[in-house]
Design a protein around this ligand. Structure first.
Ligand code: CMC
Length: 430
């Protein structure tokens, strides 16, 4: 901690309080307000945690003004070009890129934990046939805690590590099974001779009646999407995982809570919402009308895939995805009118003073849905895809939290605005 302080003066009492400044290796410094209430009687008020750092973390760094995203110090652009998802998962969890031996051992371990218990498969049968796959994923990941009593001792580092491996390995298996259940197809078991992303595509699309012809473009594109979605520091779902983790809950319960948080349209549900929105817009001719509607606060309509709490210049993931979107569609020979609508929407919005003034740019979800669609992944699965990738980040944060000696239960305060003390009125007197 630095010696620097920021002095706050209470204009009512004229008393001053020195708040220590906490700095990391990169990014804006923060004021340490942990003792503020004890020293002054004040709390801080920060709805949505716009100005609040909830933890120290060495995993991911974002500079929202410059459009920089680093995983463990490595720029996302370099990882997107040169790495693969499983290596990125290793990096997020362990802090360093793996050596060839470490990489093979990690891949071997993940591969050999991909099966799900048969009784978990039977559990899936309990869902209604049209259940949303996010509901099935959320429920089933939480249920994993009922199967793995042997990894629930969160004080044992080896059990924590194994739980992290199991989650990275099994979430794609559960996700694919949830999808196949929803369309009435028999589930496919994970094949150990395939690598992570190809194995997932097999579990999604292979049918017993004929061999699956998988385009390498599809596997490469999905791997890249997984890299881009793998972590994003203290976003809503990761903060949820950490908040639940702070209570000492088991890792499966923590990640299930993260999946629930991701589901919302303001977060991971945006990729599904983008495609629904583009469908509703229907044609590039209707784009200006949609932009006008998004500017009208009374319409309740926002441009999905636009804006970000942290990125106020551009989302570097969106830049990579946009380029990939054109390439994937060209390579797969897909001519999707949604892409034309999306490009027109981007063009119109980026010229519009409303979006310019508020620094609203396309985010990671704006183009990802069009790529998923080209890969024949159904719309209801889009957020599930995000969850598969983000599991790597969630477990990395959960592990980091459990190695942090300063970690304590998360318990925000509130500004109470309800009734003041009053006496109970018996029902016959009300
Ligand atoms: N369309 C129209 N107006 C918007 C939009 C949008 N997509 N996003 C923000 N605004 C306006 C908002 O109405 C407000 O205007 P004003 O200052 O006049 O009141 C201003 O921009 C600031 O918005 P905010 O809601 O205070 O910003 P936030 O940081 O709380 O919200 C956000 C960030 C991502 C939730 C929001 O931009 C949004 O709802 N975007 C659409 C949903 C979306 O694409 N979410 C995916 C985020 S990236 C992936 C992920 O995190 O999972």
């Amino acid at each position: 901690m630095s010696e620097q302080n920021v002095v706050l003066t209470d204009s009512a009492s004229n008393k001053s309080t020195a708040l220590p400044v906490v700095s990391g290796t990169l990014g804006d410094p923060a004021l340490d307000i942990a003792k503020l209430n004890k020293d002054t009687g004040y709390y801080t008020f920060d709805p949505g945690f716009v100005s609040t750092a909830s933890t120290k973390s060495a995993i991911t760094f974002i500079d929202g003004d410059k459009g920089i995203l680093l995983y463990r110090g490595y720029p996302i652009e370099q990882l997107a070009k040169q790495s693969n998802f499983l290596e990125v998962a290793y990096l997020l969890i362990n802090g360093e890129l793996p050596t060839p031996d470490q990489s093979s051992a990690f891949e071997h371990e993940v591969t050999h934990h991909t099966m799900m218990q048969e009784s978990l498969r039977h559990f899936l049968n309990g869902f209604h046939y049209d259940a949303h796959p996010m509901a099935m994923l959320c429920g089933s990941v939480s249920v994993l805690s009922a199967f793995y009593h042997d990894t629930l001792d969160i004080n044992d580092p080896e059990q924590r590590r194994l739980a992290a491996i199991r989650l990275i390995a099994k979430v794609p298996t559960i996700a694919a099974a949830a999808y196949r259940y929803s369309i009435g197809w028999p589930i496919r078991y994970p094949r150990n001779n395939l690598e992570y992303v190809t194995r997932f595509l097999h579990m999604m699309f292979e049918v017993p009646s004929e061999p699956l012809q998988l385009s390498p473009v599809a596997a490469k594109a999905l791997d890249l999407l997984f890299i881009l979605h793998a972590d994003h520091e203290q976003n809503a779902s990761t903060s949820t995982v950490r908040l639940v983790g702070s209570t000492g809950a088991n890792p499966y319960a923590c990640v299930a809570a993260g999946i629930a948080a991701l589901w919302g349209p303001a977060h991971g549900g945006a990729n599904e919402a983008v495609l629904k929105m583009l469908n509703e817009i229907g044609s590039a001719d209707n784009v200006s009308k949609a932009v006008e509607k998004a500017k009208d606060k009374n319409s309740g309509f926002r441009l999905m895939g636009f804006g970000h709490r942290v990125y106020k210049n551009f989302d570097p993931r969106a830049t990579i995805i946009r380029e990939m979107c054109h390439k994937v569609l060209a390579d797969l020979g897909v001519n999707d009118p949604m892409l034309d609508i999306a490009m027109k929407l981007e063009e119109v919005a980026l010229k519009d003073p409303y979006f310019v003034e508020r620094k609203l740019y396309p985010n990671v979800d704006f183009y990802s849905g069009i790529i998923y669609k080209a890969l024949k992944i159904p719309t209801e699965m889009f957020t599930v895809m995000f969850a598969i990738a983000r599991t790597a980040g969630w477990v990395a944060h959960w592990l980091e939290q459990h190695n942090d000696k300063d970690s304590k239960i998360g318990r925000p305060r509130q500004i109470y605005t309800g009734a003041t003390n009053r006496d109970y009125v018996p029902i016959d007197k009300r």
